[in-house]
Design a protein around this ligand. Sequence first.
Ligand code: GLC
Length: 426
Amino acid sequence: MKSFARAGTVAVGAVFATIAFNSTPTLAASISISCGAVGAELELCRTGAEAWAKETGNEVVIVSTPNSSTERLALYQQILAAGGDDIDVYQIDVIWPGILGSHFIDLAPYMDGAQGAHFPAIVENNTIDGELKAMPWFTDAGVLYYRKDLLDKHGREVPKTWADLAETARIVLDAERGEGNDRMNGIVFQGRAYEGLTCNALEWIDSYGGGAIVSEDGEVTVNNPQAVAALNEAGSWINEIAPEGVLNYAEEEARGVFQSGNAVFMRNWPYAWSLANSDDSPVKGKVGVVALPKGGADGKSTGTLGGWQLAVAKYSSDPEAAADLVRYLTSEKEQKRRAIEGAYNPTIEALYKDKEVLEAVPFFGSLYETFVNAVARPSRATGDKYNRVSNALWNAAHSVLSGNEDAEKALADLERELNAIKRRGW
Ligand code: GLC
């Protein structure tokens, strides 16, 4: 058994729990897996891992990690740098194979070709120097949630552009506040200075045709008039249609406001769907989901590609059992369960045609193109420098949203900063 599980301690940013089903204690492996805890994530990870433990007679230790992708990366880097075997299976972000890949084993020999059923682009994303460093678990793309009931009540259409969205938000907000609904907001999103803001900023910029910060061949492209227009637009929302508090919101803060009925629009990932429609949700049945608005009539509708993978640490004392847990959790059966229960997007293409999946999450069908064409953050081009690139971007975006800098200056400075990182090599 893992040392910290036995001690039952609560480590910095992590909680440990052990679940054992051991019919044959002497042979059983004890595998620990780090899972995210955003929304219903931890519970779904636990039930999946428990089912594997029961089926195989092994034992699993569930390690809960911080919600913020940025904090989770810092925690993983610390643990992996120490090289201990405390965590066998890591849930890793789609942007991390280049940063953390050297700590993980090649999973291909353990998967019997199962990776062939998953979206090839994600498998390729997870392949470094020919080694499959992680198996795709779920994919993600930013989408727009809206209150069907409020748009109907105030006679508004679902917005097609960000300008439409701002106008509709203003109208609905003023009317609702006029009726004494003081806590209503127009839009909530992820405006805190962390990885989530990078995702939102990339969506605004790409929707205006402003590119993906750094091009696939490593050129810094972020300083352009479309990107300036995009950030200015988002900056104009603060204290108008978005609460100032959004500058400190991550996914769950945005969901909290929207789900309690206090926002007309929300930018979030698909997971919020199941929770917004849960029995105790004040907005159950009142929510629609569409692709994010375009940046102007000539712009495009886009969502940032997100998602999580499962990887096995080189330091694991039982890589074979750990890889078996990964094989189980990334299987079609488990991805189907997670799609139905938690609106986690499968990475297995066939599940987007599954009747039960589409019944539970209709927009997996209607927004299929959004999911498969999502815009990737520049993690391939910038490799192990990606987190520094993203950090510079989210700081620039945050200072524009906060009104500390205009977008033109922020992006000119960002371009210089990114070129300086580039000169040291990516
Ligand atoms: C979601 C995405 C992930 C992204 C994170 C940012 O978890 O799946 O890729 O980095 O949000 O907050």
